[in-house]
Design a protein around this ligand. Structure first.
Ligand SMILES: Nc1ncnc2c1ncn2[C@@H]1O[C@H](COP(=O)(O)OP(=O)(O)O)[C@@H](O)[C@H]1O
Ligand SMILES: [Mg+2]
Length: 385
């Protein structure tokens, strides 16, 4: 038990499996409570050992497919995600990257749409050329068109010189329209033309310019609904969504949370010259239970903040923002034996308390433990009347 505690405190990602000689539920419960991943009762068969180990060993043969890497301006960028849906996205990215197909990436803000757009570009033959992006929310319409397609000198007040638009500058490369759900019908028509005819017109010019640009677009809106409501051109919608990629919210792929958190921990350890070795168990549990409305971006910010303010060896609950820290932590519903034993104990204690009308001495006696142990358990399980 002492060794278990040392391992849990210093190497929180190390899984501990206890082999117990007295396979009573009590000692098993005790070791689980102290953070063991699992336990094996003596006597055991080799098959039992194998089963338990298989449950906790990283799957070596699939490890390489759990991330997608690309070279971005001389640095390696990594997309983290072990969930089946992310694995499918990697496959799709690698499949569509070498083609010139238009890709529409949908999903809530912060799920990684831009990162995926970059992955597509940096896996394509265009990777040596520009990847340019425009945030379609960021500019008023009149400026947007000239930003995108350029303008000729004197075409409007302030147009003191001829300007190349960013779409033209992306020639040979990839252009990423971020938040494309927010552009006016007028600009939509011009974008459609640029994609379809592969040519653009600068503002105030009559001549057309040929451009060879691969287009990727992203939106957090439901574009088909926008089409139905008349806010988005149907023809542009079909043009864009030749290859649709939907990225689910983080809460819909909770198995990605801890790998992402560890990735960011490493990143900010380096950036902030810290050496935190992991997250403690309560932190991991809160991370897994939290709703993550801001998705991966929010998780990244939470980890960065924790790295900055944490003064222990591992990230602990007090260095989380209050909205996560104060999550009412109910025992998780998981098939895991870890939780179900704890849950059983908690429920048993609760029902005993109810039976004795919350008489703690009597409950302790009925449960066969002393009062102090009962109080410890009430605290641990956050049982309050
Ligand atoms: N799967 C992932 N692996 C690693 N980092 C990610 C992942 N998804 C998102 N991020 C990071 O989270 C932040 C938000 O991602 P971003 O692509 O800008 O999201 P979106 O465009 O959907 O709002 C970025 O810093 C990005 O690098
Ligand atoms: Mg974005």
């Amino acid at each position: 038990m002492d060794l278990l505690k040392i391992i849990r405190d210093n190497y929180p990602r190390t899984r501990v499996i206890i082999i117990t000689g007295f396979g009573t539920v009590n000692s098993a419960v005790e070791s689980m409570k102290r953070g063991a991943a699992d336990f094996i009762q003596k006597p055991f068969t080799p098959a039992e050992i194998r089963n338990v180990l298989n449950k906790y060993l990283p799957k070596k043969d699939t490890a390489t497919s759990k991330t997608l890497q690309f070279n971005r301006d001389g640095q390696v960028a990594t997309i983290i995600g072990v969930s089946p849906v992310m694995q499918d996205i990697y496959d799709l990215v690698l499949k569509v990257a070498p083609t010139d197909s238009t890709v529409l990436i949908t999903g809530e803000t912060g799920v990684g749409k831009e990162l995926i757009a970059r992955a597509i570009h940096f896996h394509s033959q265009r990777k040596e050329q520009a990847f340019l992006t425009v945030d379609c929310c960021s500019l008023v319409e009149s400026l947007f068109e000239s930003e995108l397609f350029g303008h000729v000198k004197g075409s409007f007040t302030g147009a003191i010189a001829t300007k190349h638009g960013s779409f033209e500058l992306a020639n040979g490369g990839t252009f990423f329209f971020d938040e494309i759900g927010n552009i006016s019908l007028n600009i939509q028509a011009k974008i459609l033309r640029a994609i379809q005819e592969r040519e653009i017109k600068r503002v105030g010019d009559t001549a057309t310019i040929k451009v060879d640009v691969r287009v990727i677009a992203a939106t957090n809106r439901d574009l088909s609904q926008a089409v139905a409501e008349g806010g988005f051109r149907e023809d542009l919608f079909y043009r864009l969504s030749v290859i649709p990629i939907h990225v689910p919210g983080l809460r819909q792929r909770r198995e990605d949370i801890i790998p992402l958190a560890e990735h960011f921990l490493e990143k900010y350890n380096q950036k902030r010259k810290k050496s935190l070795s992991g997250f403690n168990r309560d932190v991991e549990q809160l991370f897994i239970e939290y709703y993550w409305p801001g998705n991966v971006r929010e998780l990244e910010n939470v980890v960065e903040r924790a790295v900055v303010i944490e003064d222990k060896q591992t990230v602990t609950v007090p260095s989380l923002p209050s909205n996560i820290r104060n999550l009412k932590s109910k025992p998780m519903e998981k098939e895991d034996s870890v939780k179900s034993l704890e849950q059983l104990e908690r429920e048993h204690i609760l029902s005993t308390l109810e039976q004795t009308n919350w008489n703690r001495s009597k409950s302790a006696r009925l449960l066969g433990i002393d009062r102090k142990t009962l109080y410890d358990k009430l605290k641990r399980y956050r049982i309050e009347k």
